[in-house]
Ligand binder design. Structure first.
Ligand code: AMP
Ligand code: FE
Ligand code: FE
Ligand code: ZN
Length: 284
């Protein structure tokens, strides 16, 4: 019999997903997941609500986060699982990240507002209080104003990095993020590292540096990894004895990704749980 899917990458309205953590858990139960990880961008603010929500559902929660990092001009996302959410250095770094994202989003909107009828209040109206702000919330404001048909179109147009409105936010290097996550007892797994285009696509040399810094896993099965890229990641993972995962990167209605569309093998999840010293999975 096939296992019920284990999906280790999802977003709630604590960052750029469209469902609250409790709604996300309900969707995970409905989708038949045995395990769901909540991995909001640069925030653990959804852990408590998701923990309460899994009680009695038969679905296990793996609390996590997707940390923003930067390598040169490339945005690199680092998944982190089962770390201590009260670790002072990690708390300080994620607060700095959210703050930098907030001011960067304000500046992007200021530039867009010179050409289009959209305001900062329109963006705030698309996010919950304290959420990790990003281009998805600006996209939703553009959609609400009739300036784009949906998020993806906004990303392909006004929010594209070549549009003239874009700027990156400050972020630690992937090596520094890996060290912070490990120091907090967590398990760093590099997210979708073989996508098409400008983001990520790490060279073999940088990859070795990440492994030396303490990287423990790679997200091999993800809809945005290319087929050739996934094959290469599988090889790199075998060579460095890394954990391999497969996940959806679900964002509610914010992206077409469906819960459980990729799954992680139970043995690989067991390796994550075994390596973690900061937190434990929450059995539902
Ligand atoms: P930011 O971190 O603010 O630069 O925005 C990037 C985030 O937007 C990523 O984490 C994705 O979750 C989301 N995103 C990127 N491309 C798209 C897209 N085409 N449609 C919807 N969301 C997207
Ligand atoms: Fe996202
Ligand atoms: Fe990501
Ligand atoms: Zn993600």
């Amino acid at each position: 019999m096939r296992h019920r899917p284990i999906d280790l990458h999802t977003h709630s309205s604590v960052s750029d997903g469209t469902e609250s953590p409790a709604e996300l858990v309900a969707a995970a139960v409905e989708a038949g997941l045995s395990v769901v990880a909540l991995t909001d961008h640069d925030s653990t603010a959804g852990w408590a609500e998701a923990t309460r929500a899994v009680a009695g559902t038969g679905t296990t929660l793996v609390p996590g986060m997707e940390m923003s990092t930067r390598l040169g001009m490339n945005s690199v996302h680092m998944l982190a699982y089962l770390f201590d959410p009260t670790d002072a250095e990690l708390v300080a770094e994620t607060a700095r990240l959210r703050d930098s994202r907030l001011h960067r989003a304000e500046r992007i909107v200021e530039r867009i507002a010179a050409d289009y009828d959209v305001t900062w209040d329109d963006v705030l109206a698309q996010s919950t209080a304290g959420a990790t702000l990003g281009r998805p919330h600006i996209a939703d404001a553009l959609v609400a104003k009739g300036l784009a048909p949906d998020r993806s179109a906004a990303f392909a147009g006004i929010l594209h990095w070549r549009s003239g409105y874009y700027e990156p936010h400050e972020a630690p290097s992937p090596v520094d993020a890996i060290r912070l996550i490990r120091a907090a007892g967590g398990v760093p797994v590099i997210a979708h590292p073989a996508t098409r285009g400008r983001d990520t696509n790490i060279s073999a040399r940088s990859f070795v540096q990440l492994v030396e810094a303490g990287l423990l896993g790679v997200e091999v099965d993800h809809r945005e990894n290319t087929e050739a890229g996934s094959a290469r990641l599988r090889e790199l993972a075998a060579r460095h004895d890394l954990i391999t995962t497969g996940s959806s990167d679900y964002h509610g209605t914010g992206k077409p990704n469906r819960l459980g569309e990729n799954s992680t093998e139970p043995e690989q999840l067991a390796r994550i749980v075994e390596a973690a010293t900061g937190w434990s999975p929450v059995a539902g």
